[in-house]
Write a protein that binds this ligand. Structure first.
Ligand SMILES: Nc1ncnc2c1ncn2[C@@H]1O[C@H](COP(=O)(O)OP(=O)(O)O)[C@@H](O)[C@H]1O
Ligand SMILES: [Mg+2]
Length: 208
């Protein structure tokens, strides 16, 4: 079986993940590689149906662990239906967020516990982890300011209140990197788009 390469891009809101991935895909394709870019739930109908349950505003009574289990279930389906087949045919798969998002957001920032969220995700992914994870590190203020600049509105009180949450997410990623420094590589996401992309391409080329 040919073996592809599984890369994930992580980081807080407005870090520039989606922007970066477009550039990485173009650069890798220019090197002659077959690249598939994806994001959860990745257009997989079963995973999308699960996500609709999570996002349904009628489900106000949803327990945090139920939510974590549903995210893990959607992740499983996306992995099996989309990521693994692409890797089996030798593609480079670049995924916008993966298991580390659950660990940083729900495990750490929401307080469910990184270990607990890790254990249910282990059941979902059966140890199948990316070979490389890029952590796009940005301060909460800078990331949210980018989002707000995009949507063309002022930063409001609610954004400011949630700033502590976004900082906690960042702290979560910091802990994840400390625990798995061979897999997770930090990139300074406050640089220009061009410099971020150059850093990431250099990291990928150095590795593979
Ligand atoms: N390095 C950068 N410097 C300044 N602005 C950026 C940079 N990267 C992305 N942006 C802008 O910030 C906003 C959020 O970027 P996006 O890629 O959607 O972030 P994410 O997917 O991590 O939430 C977009 O308007 C994008 O054009
Ligand atoms: Mg995005």
């Amino acid at each position: 079986m040919k073996k592809g390469l599984f890369l994930t891009i992580e980081g807080g809101e407005g870090a520039g993940k989606t922007t970066l991935i477009e550039g990485v895909v173009l650069a890798l394709r220019a090197q002659g590689r077959n690249v598939m870019m994806t994001r959860e739930p990745g257009g997989i109908p079963i995973a999308e149906q699960i996500r609709n349950v999570i996002l349904d505003t009628a489900n106000t009574s949803m327990d945090a662990r139920t939510e974590a289990l549903l995210y893990a279930a959607a992740r499983r389906q996306h992995l099996v239906e989309k990521v693994l087949p692409a890797l089996a045919q030798g593609d480079v798969v670049i995924c916008d967020r993966f298991v580390d998002s659950s660990l940083a957001y729900q495990g750490y920032a929401r307080g469910l516990g990184i270990e607990e969220v890790w254990s249910i995700n282990q059941f979902a992914i059966e140890g199948f982890m990316p070979q490389l994870t890029i952590w796009m590190d940005i301060s909460a203020e800078a990331g949210i300011a980018r989002i707000n600049a995009t949507s063309g509105r002022e930063i409001n009180r609610l954004d400011l209140e949630s700033m502590a949450f976004h900082e906690k997410v960042r702290e979560g990623y910091r802990k994840l990197m400390a625990a798995d420094p061979d897999r997770i590589v930090r990139v300074d996401a406050e640089q220009t788009q061009e410099n971020v992309l150059n850093d990431v391409i250099a990291i990928i080329n150095r590795r593979f």
